[in-house]
Design a protein around this ligand. Structure first.
Ligand code: BYC
Length: 329
């Protein structure tokens, strides 16, 4: 009897959830949601958070070697922004009933994925330009629709993240523009960076739609608003025009405007390379994980000190309490 009424409750809850999705009403943390919806959101949001945190490494590599003080300040601010994005996203994922510790453990044990793009090396200063223009550009195209994703805390977090990403993209474009107007050597350096980052940036959007296991369901749940291939095409169309301002080239002989489709055609993507990187065999996977594990271990004393401070504060042993009492008097 009890089981029957439980089933009926679930049916009613599912119906109400489906209606909210249909009417574009956002799902809040305390609302009922299907187990699989919760699971896929935890996977996507935590993967997104890990990508922001691991994404600090390739750029952090150039902070000490930025060519001017101004460029150094901008790069430091950008890398700090990525840390902030990671934190908003971890908080959004925590509302789905997973702890920060569990997510960290999943990243460090290799169970959780992070974006393939951050497993490529940053070989020259021009790579800071290419990352800003292409990687942050791809991130914006992917993330603007996420401001309308169906899960409210993720959507709210994405609004601020997208504003900051727009600045990141502009600064990357500015680096490339400066180099492209510089000496022949600087221009060649900018072109070389675009050559290396172009194809991996296209892979950021995920596998082609016909090989993407999550797209159909995630579109139904309105977690995703566009498919991987639709967003990839938007990105190609945007870059094909912007590269002309730079006076540089996209390394794809098949890139061509297609009047009939109203889009640029582009050449085949090396999906074997993509899966190889996702599976842990990219040029920098091991280096990136080693850096995250070391940072986590080195941070042990900070976590221990923060916990001890919180314990003392709760017990009224930190002086903060007496400070408050003095102010009151
Ligand atoms: N790399 O069915 P699919 C940034 C996985 S941070 C690695 O299409 P979905 C920035 C996928 O997780 C940028 N793995 O999945 C930071 C799935 O895994 P499972 C990060 C990938 O979720 C610092 C499997 O492949 N952005 O911009 O429908 C500095 C099948 O894929 C990738 C986000 O995370 C990849 N590229 O769609 C500068 C955005 N692609 O099931 C910049 C949020 C796919 O085997 N995420 N996989 O575990 C999304 O929008 C979607 O999750 C994706 C994939 C479009 C990425």
């Amino acid at each position: 009897m009890r089981k029957l009424s439980d089933n009926m409750d679930t049916e009613a809850l599912q119906k109400s959830f489906d209606e909210k999705i249909e009417k574009d009403i956002k799902i809040e943390p305390k609302d009922w949601m299907p187990v699989e919806y919760r699971k896929t959101l935890i996977r996507q949001i935590s993967q997104h958070a890990h990508s922001e945190i691991v994404g600090m490494l390739p750029e952090g590599n150039w902070i000490t070697r930025a060519p001017t003080l101004r460029r150094k300040c901008i790069l430091i601010a950008k890398v700090q922004d990525e840390a902030g994005h990671g934190l908003y996203l971890y908080c959004a994922a925590e509302t789905l009933n997973i702890t920060r510790e569990e997510m960290t453990e999943q990243l460090l044990s290799g169970k959780a994925k992070y974006s393939s793009i951050f497993n490529y090396p940053t070989l020259s200063w021009a790579d800071m330009g290419a990352i800003g223009w292409l990687v942050d550009g791809a991130a914006i195209i992917n993330q603007i629709p996420l401001c309308r994703t169906s899960y409210a805390p993720y959507a709210r977090g994405m609004v601020r993240i997208c504003k900051e990403e727009s600045f990141h993209q502009r600064q990357g474009f500015d680096i490339l523009l400066t180099l492209s107007r510089g000496s022949a050597e600087q221009k060649a350096m900018a072109q070389d960076a675009i050559n290396r980052w172009w194809w991996p940036s296209l892979m950021m959007f995920g596998p082609p739609d016909n090989e993407s296991p999550h797209t159909i369901q995630n579109m139904k749940w309105k977690i995703k608003r566009f498919t991987n291939d639709e967003l990839r095409q938007k990105f190609v169309d945007m870059c094909a025009q912007q590269v002309e301002v730079l006076g540089l080239q996209i390394p794809d002989p098949d890139l061509k405007w297609n009047e009939e489709r109203g889009h640029y055609d582009f050449g085949p993507i090396n999906w074997d390379e993509f899966w190889n990187v996702v599976k842990g065999n990219g040029p920098c996977n091991k280096e990136r994980m080693a850096a995250r594990i070391k940072a986590h271990e080195d941070g042990e004393w900070v976590r221990a000190a923060a916990l001890e401070y919180a314990r003392k504060e709760a017990a009224g042993l930190t002086g903060k309490q007496s400070e408050k009492a003095t102010i009151k008097k």
